[in-house]
Design a protein around this ligand. Sequence first.
Ligand SMILES: CC(C)(COP(=O)(O)OP(=O)(O)OC[C@H]1O[C@@H](n2cnc3c(N)ncnc32)[C@H](O)[C@@H]1OP(=O)(O)O)[C@@H](O)C(=O)NCCC(=O)NCCS
Length: 157
Amino acid sequence: MSLAALRIRPARGEDLAALTALEAECFHGPWSGPMIAEELSRERAWVDLAELPAGEIAGYSCAWSVLDTCHLLRIATRPADQRHGVGRTLLTHLIGRARSAGHREIELEVASRNHAAIGLYRALGFVQVGKRPAYYSDPVDDAALMLLILNDEASRA
Ligand SMILES: CC(C)(COP(=O)(O)OP(=O)(O)OC[C@H]1O[C@@H](n2cnc3c(N)ncnc32)[C@H](O)[C@@H]1OP(=O)(O)O)[C@@H](O)C(=O)NCCC(=O)NCCS
């Protein structure tokens, strides 16, 4: 997979089947089609895809834009394309989008044993700011709360 050929674009209704398949490939508790459809129609949700030239979807992210904060709910790269920079490209795009929208920060929760995701977030500057014990139930795990400050001036205002 060539990273240069990767295109990040907003997801559309016709991407639903591909996103549902991607979720099933990437998560132990995947979002169902109706759950993804709800995100696609939600005004405050930003659902972005990483698309390969042939139209295949290598990854996606879903975040909510709420007041001055962007909350990242999902980011995934299909297993065949992991460790080739897709997650980094998606997250970098989201950071730019949140910054352009004037957001103060991006926040997220991540399972404390999800070393790949934590590695990705740290690589892009997120820091852990808290912990929610036993936040996840299947399997039981703590959630690490992570934050990336985008606009420190706004946080002091
Ligand atoms: C987390 C995830 C999205 C990373 O996507 P990816 O496309 O493989 O990530 P990238 O190739 O862009 O990696 C960027 C950086 O993240 C870190 N990273 C990625 N995978 C890692 C791993 N398995 N272990 C440790 N660090 C990792 C590294 O710092 C990496 O930089 P490097 O390759 O130069 O060392 C992917 O592993 C995934 O889809 N996991 C399943 C879904 C999931 O758990 N999502 C997060 C919760 S919603």
